[in-house]
Every structure is written in C-alpha cells, then in structure tokens.
Design a protein around this ligand. Structure first.
Ligand SMILES: C[S@@+](CC[C@H](N)C(=O)[O-])C[C@H]1O[C@@H](n2cnc3c(N)ncnc32)[C@H](O)[C@@H]1O
Length: 625
C-alpha cells in the first residue's frame, strides 16, 4: 500500500509570477470592452494592484494561463451561460489572493453578473459522475469501482437523515474522483507517459473537464510544468513540525491534525485501486500528490449544493470558483436558482442554474468578492489556506476549556482553597479512570444544553471541540504528551480598534455558554465531593452525568460557572501566548536564508489564527471583570 506522508511532496524551482488582467473570451451580454489597462481599487482585504495588457508578450501569457483558458472554454461550451461584459478575470500570485474577478465598469446593485448552466459549463459533482460511470458500457476502472462502492455505502440512509459522516464520505468521494481524473490528465499530457493512458471513462472525462482540471490548484499539473506549488498554505502541505510548532495551542492545530488524519486514513483504503490503475506509469509519490491536492482543492473550492437539487453534497464549479472571499465587504452573492424560479423562468427541470448577483453598487476597478460565510479564522485557515485580514469588525470564535486546570495535573487544582493541604482532597486527574468519565459526563451534559439552547440561526452558537495542550512543565517536567482538552467554542463580534462597541454581543456570548459551564461546575463539585469522602474508586460516568445534568436544581451554579469561564479564558490566553512564543522561537531556530518562503506564509497564517482567538478571549475577559 501507499504510506501517506507529506514528505513525499517535492517541487521544482518556482517560476516568475504572472500579473495579468484577463478578459473573458466570450460574452453574451453585449460588446467586448475596450479598456486595456486597469487599476484595481480593491474594496476588499485583498491587495490592490496595477496591470496592463498592452505588452504583446503579456497578452500571449494571458492566453496561456490556465485560468484564462478555463474561463473562455467553459463559457464557449455553454450557450446558456452568461457573463456580464463589465467583469474580467485578474491573475495575481497566490500571495496576493490569487486569481479574482474585477469590475471594469461601474455595476449597479442587483445586477446579475454571472449566470451559469451547470451541466454545460462542466461542474464536477460526485452524484453526476458516479451516475454516468454506472451508465458507461465498460465499468472497468478500479478507482471508479472503489468510489462507487464507497458512495453507495455512504448514501445508505441512517434513520432517513443524512448525518455528518455521510457528508464527509461524499466529500471524500469527490476528492477521489478529482485525484483520479487529475492523474489521468497528467498521464494524457505528459509526453513520457501518454502511450500508457487507458482508453475509457476516466480518460473521456478528464478530457471533457481538462481545462477545469488544469486551472485547479492540483499538484501534478503544476509539477509537470515546473510551476510553483499552487497552494502551499493548506494544512495538508505543512510539515509535521510546522503543525506541531507553529500552530501550538490553537484550535487550528486540532483541525490540522484532524484533516491530516482523515487523508492519512483514507489513502491506505484507496491505495490498491489507485495502484492498479496508475502504478505502471506514475510513481507512488505522484499518486499521493494527486490525492492530497485533490482534498485541498475540494475543501477550498467546492460549493455546497442544496439537497433539493439533484446533485448531492458538494460540487466544483468552474468560473465562479474564481470569486474571492470577503465577509465584511461582500459585494456579490451566489445562489442556486430554486425550482420555483426555474418554473417561473420556464427553465426545464433538472437544468440547474447558478446565479451571481451584486448586492451593492460595485465601482469600476473593484474586485467582486463574495462571503464564504462568517467562519472562525481557524476554519478559514483549514479550509481555504488563508485568514482574512480584519478591516472593521467581524464575527470571530475562540475556545474556552471546560476544566482549565485539570490537565496541568496539579493535584490540588480541583480542591477548594482551604483543603489545599489535605491529602484526602488530592485528585489524580491524570488517570484516565477519573478524567475520562469526567469529560464524558460533562460533554454529554453540555451536549444536552446545546440541544436546548442552539438553533440554526443563533449567532452565539456553541459547540464542543478538543484542542491539544502540552502539560505544564512545572507540574510534570517529564511528561510531554499532548492532552486533548475539551473546550466550548464561543462566538462574538470583534472590532478592529481600541473601543469595542460590541459589548452587547460579548454579554450574549457569555450567556450562551453559561449552561455548559454550569454543567461542568456541577460535575466538578461532585468529583470533589467524592474525593473529600476519601473515595479512591474510579468516578462513575453515570454519577457524573447525573450531577452535570441536574445542575439547574436547587443550588445556584452561576457563580462557580462564571469562575470556571474566567479560569478557562485565562488558561487559554496563557496557552496561546506561550504557544506563540514557542512558535517564534522555533521559527527563529529553523529558519535560515535558504528556508522556503512557504514557511513564512504558514507562520503568518498561524499568527493570524492565534491573534483572532486571543482577541475574542480578551473581549470576553474584559466583559467578565
Ligand atoms: C474559490 S478560490 C478563489 C479563486 C482563487 N483566488 C484562485 O486563484 O483560484 C478560494 C481560494 O482563493 C484564495 N482567496 C480567496 N479569498 C481570499 C482573500 N480574501 N485573501 C487571500 N486569499 C483568498 C484562497 O487561496 C482560497 O483558498
């Protein structure tokens, strides 16, 4: 089988970056614009830049760029798709946000700037792909056979509702399809392996979707051309040391471990099929490159497809996937046309349209930007490989541990002040026998409060995650094992400036997490009680759960809960600051003049997620004091 390891990624020397402004080749709404040179006055956090297409060699490069070719080929193949004549593609290096779409004339609010017929432009989605593979005469493709099986297992209804696991499974299938087509495309285009490409479904599809595959940040195409790494900041491409050191203490680190584990566990499952199809002509590390970069591509470029449309899960859509993100200043919004709209517009059923509309006036030179959603910085980093710069204010998240001091293994940490000297009050919380049931019971009780308090539209939604935390060196000098620390995620609106006018949101944020901490306080109190009685038997989950769940009876749990929140915030602030210092020290040690500029980008991303978390914690702490 294939051993998944990031060390398999190797790239050739980067080429000079292109700075191009590109016009779509085909327009259905009127004439080709005459403007030749544009200054991009970006309304977003993306960098502005100047460009000219007067230079003939630049014009040639413009035609050569895969994004340009995709833009024209996708639209040329789709007589029913429309692009407004006042928008153009702008090609920038990844460090400046990569390719985007800009207005070359003023565009009023509520203008449809793009309308795409998905089946014509060449959307890639797992449902359609699997369906057409099954209709194909031969069905002799080992990778597709394996993915069909995975798809069918994953789509078996569990109590008739689709759960998260299934969604994850569908994303994996889409990634597998992209990886497979990517390798076939690579073989088809590389002179050395062309003769070995097997005729069949995958080859037909990779040719049909060729321009789209070439335009995605997929490694094999870039390696073939000797181009720079298309997407160096995605967590899947960081080295293990970078994740461990640069992201130390952040929630982003937990997500990075999670995503890397998903791929690492998937690769062995897929390896037989991929090796059967490809090992005679491409190396194992090329196959790995294809798989890793397909995952990164799907997480950063796919659109959630509504269930009512007969395309399940997520899909990759050319042309609109060039829209960059800005949740603070979005000026366009995308939307799948609804069935009712289809009917009213007399569009035949099943021909799904995708529409992008301006939601404010867009001035000439501004970039068209959509909101990928109000998502915490750690989420943006893990899905998209960047953290948006904060302009004015935005919703942001942090995590607060439920049992702050427990993981430091201070035997007295859970004891009340006056009992500190009493041996019988010592708690051995390092022991899984105690810590395990505590976590289990409290998380169950917290989950119950989440059901009660959460609704899909709530801003202050909360959830439980685990972050990794090294034990404090004072309490366990020899133990360096990372412990999982259950945390409650809390969201509030933060402001870029000294005076926050968002107190109201901070108050609400604390109110929303209070039930979870009441449960934690009640469980901890039960734990302390057991130990004060001298009980040395392991804690029973059921007893803890009962204690945690019954927290709203009798006793006032608000005060201990607020104290826990305060301790938790302080604990997180310390861990994040300490982690940040360690990260900088590590960076200084390992960086020399020859070390890759990727590492600096990755370090910046780590700093941005850390800062975002810290800002939320500081706001909440000031609200508590
Ligand atoms: C759907 S694609 C958008 C098109 C992309 N710029 C390209 O060159 O193909 C999403 C990716 O664009 C980049 N991106 C989008 N918005 C950005 C922003 N505000 N700042 C920096 N990078 C951004 C990130 O690399 C992200 O993963």
């Amino acid at each position: 089988g294939i051993i998944a390891t990031c060390a398999a990624f190797e790239f050739r020397a980067p080429r000079q970056a292109n700075f191009l402004l590109v016009r779509p080749r085909r327009r259905l709404h009127g004439s080709t614009p005459t403007a030749k040179s544009h200054s991009i006055a970006s309304s977003s956090s993306l960098m502005s830049h100047q460009s000219s297409v007067e230079d003939p060699s630049q014009a040639q490069k413009e035609c050569d760029h895969p994004h340009t070719r995709l833009w024209s080929s996708a639209l040329n193949k789709s007589p029913n798709s429309h692009v407004h004549p006042s928008i153009e593609l702008v090609i920038r290096p990844p460090s400046e946000g990569g390719t985007g779409i800009v207005a070359i004339n003023d565009i009023p609010v509520n203008t449809i700037v793009m309308s795409l017929r998905l089946e014509e432009v060449g959307m890639i989605d797992a449902t359609s792909m699997i369906k057409s593979y099954k209709l194909h005469a031969k069905q002799d493709d080992a990778v597709f056979n394996m993915l069909v099986e995975m798809w069918e297992t994953g789509s078996r209804p569990i109590n008739n509702t689709r759960d998260k696991t299934q969604e994850g499974q569908r994303l994996l299938v889409l990634s597998g399809i992209v990886a497979h087509l990517q390798i076939v495309r690579y073989k088809d285009l590389s002179s050395s392996v062309t003769s070995e490409v097997k005729a069949g479904f995958a080859l037909d599809e990779s040719r049909r979707l060729g321009a789209f595959l070439d335009a995605m940040p997929l490694l094999l195409q870039h390696v073939r051309k000797g181009d720079r790494h298309p997407f160096p900041t995605h967590f899947l491409f960081w080295t293990g040391e970078e994740v461990e050191n640069l992201l130390q203490g952040t929630v982003a680190q937990a997500l990075a471990y999670r995503d890397r584990a998903i791929v690492t566990l998937t690769v062995p499952e897929w390896s037989n099929a991929f090796l059967e199809e490809h090992s005679s002509s491409v190396s194992k590390s090329e196959i790995l490159n294809a798989i890793y970069s397909s995952f990164a591509c799907v997480t950063s470029r796919s659109f959630g497809v509504p269930k009512r449309i007969d395309l399940d899960g997520k899909g990759l859509i050319p042309v609109v996937d060039m829209l960059n993100h800005d949740s603070e200043n979005a000026n366009v919004q995308w939307k799948f046309r609804t069935r009712t709209e289809e009917r009213n517009n007399m569009i035949p059923e099943g021909k799904d349209d995708f529409v992008v509309r301006t939601i404010r006036d867009v001035l000439k030179g501004q970039e068209l930007v959509a909101s990928y959603g109000w998502r915490p910085s750690w989420d943006m980093a893990s899905s998209y490989g960047f953290v948006p710069r904060m302009m004015k204010e935005r919703w942001e998240c942090s995590a607060i541990p439920l049992f702050p001091a427990v993981l430091d293994l201070d035997p007295y940490a859970m004891s009340s002040q006056q009992n500190k000297t009493l041996d019988k009050a010592k708690l051995d919380l390092l022991s899984e026998a105690n810590y395990g049931p505590l976590v289990k019971a409290v998380t169950a009780a917290v989950d119950a409060t989440l059901d009660k308090f959460s609704s899909p539209n709530r801003r202050n939604r909360i959830q439980i995650l685990s972050v990794f935390r090294p034990p404090s060196p004072e309490t366990s000098p020899t133990n360096t094992v990372l412990r999982r620390q259950p945390v409650v995620v809390v969201e509030t609106k933060i402001h870029n400036g000294k005076d926050s006018d968002n107190q109201h949101h901070h108050k609400l944020a604390i109110k929303s997490i209070l039930p979870a901490f009441r449960a934690a306080a009640a469980a901890i109190s039960q734990l302390r009680h057991n130990h004060q009685k001298g009980s040395s038997s392991p804690i029973k989950s059921s007893q803890m759960a009962l204690a945690a769940a019954s927290n709203d009876g009798g006793k006032d749990w608000d005060a201990p809960a607020l104290a826990l929140i305060r301790d938790g915030i302080n604990d997180r602030i310390t861990a994040l600051l300490q982690g940040g210092q360690n990260a900088e020290m590590w960076l200084a040690e390992v960086s020399d003049i020859n070390s890759s500029d990727h590492r600096q980008h990755r370090a910046n991303l780590a700093r941005a997620t850390r800062d975002a978390e810290l800002r939320v914690l500081e706001k909440l702490l000031s609200e508590l004091s």
